[in-house]
Write a protein that binds this ligand. Structure first.
Ligand code: DC
Length: 231
């Protein structure tokens, strides 16, 4: 049966990566977490001191972009793809609140987006891919056969992310996480280059009141229908 491209976009902490990974596992497709790629560049910029609380040296970052190589490798124990930068596994450093605080400004830089969109298009060129992010259905794969746009209330999303960070042992407050979620929504939706918007042909799902299992069955059915060419 022919393979399709599945684009999952939406606001931060709407559970895009959870559903994208479930779909990819079930359909035996490749899963690409594009947020991890923007987070990898953010960590690089933080380590080099290009971005701090008080300064963002955009030009220095742009000049170093061709020295950054991002890749994914499957962790054999968890079966989850982990992100590498120049050969170093940085998975455990990229989901902190600190990286989350800098990633949206980094993602406004057109040169960063150009580099990552190009790599994402190459990764998905053979179809059979589930990719999640903010601009997958609008910019990376405007021809994707199935586009999903996930949403949920800011409070619900912040609570989910807060719980994840607590489970990892991070010392944070709910207010800090909610503030970060709202600020990222604002920057991601209002940036000039590839703002977060729902593609006109995307199916919008608000999962504030939906459990993971119901959401998975609804979206899997949509994918199966698209694969069979029914809709
Ligand atoms: O999905 P995430 O929360 O890990 O993404 C982190 C940030 O990266 C998000 O706030 C905006 C940016 N991003 C983007 O601009 N385009 C994408 N395709 C994916 C993420």
């Amino acid at each position: 049966m022919g393979k399709i491209t599945i684009a999952i976009d939406g606001f931060s902490s709407t559970g895009k990566s959870t559903i994208a990974k479930q779909l990819a596992d079930c359909l035996d497709y490749i899963y690409v977490d594009t947020g991890a790629m923007y987070r990898a560049i953010t960590l690089f910029a933080m380590r080099k001191g290009f971005i701090t609380e008080t300064n963002f040296d955009t030009q220095a970052l742009i000049q170093h972009l061709d020295k950054i190589s991002i890749s994914f490798k499957k962790n054999k124990e968890t079966t989850k793809a982990e992100v590498y930068i120049n050969g170093e596994n940085i998975e455990k450093y990229i989901r902190t609140l600190e990286v989350s605080g800098f990633v949206s400004p980094i993602a406004t830089v057109s040169e960063v987006r150009k580099k990552l969109v190009h790599q994402q298009q190459q990764m998905g060129q053979g179809k059979g891919v589930v990719m999640d992010g903010r601009d997958i259905g609008t910019v990376v794969f405007p021809e994707a056969e199935l586009k999903i746009f996930l949403d949920a209330s800011a409070k619900t999303r912040a609570m989910r992310r807060y719980q994840e960070l607590l489970d990892k042992g991070d010392d944070i407050t709910f207010e800090a996480v909610l503030g970060n979620v709202q600020e990222r929504d604002r920057i991601d939706s209002t940036r000039e280059d590839s703002p977060l918007v729902k593609a006109i042909d995307a199916i919008e799902i608000d999962n504030s009141e939906m459990n993971l299992e119901d959401q998975f069955h609804i979206i899997l059915q949509l994918a199966k229908d698209r694969i069979a060419g029914r809709i």
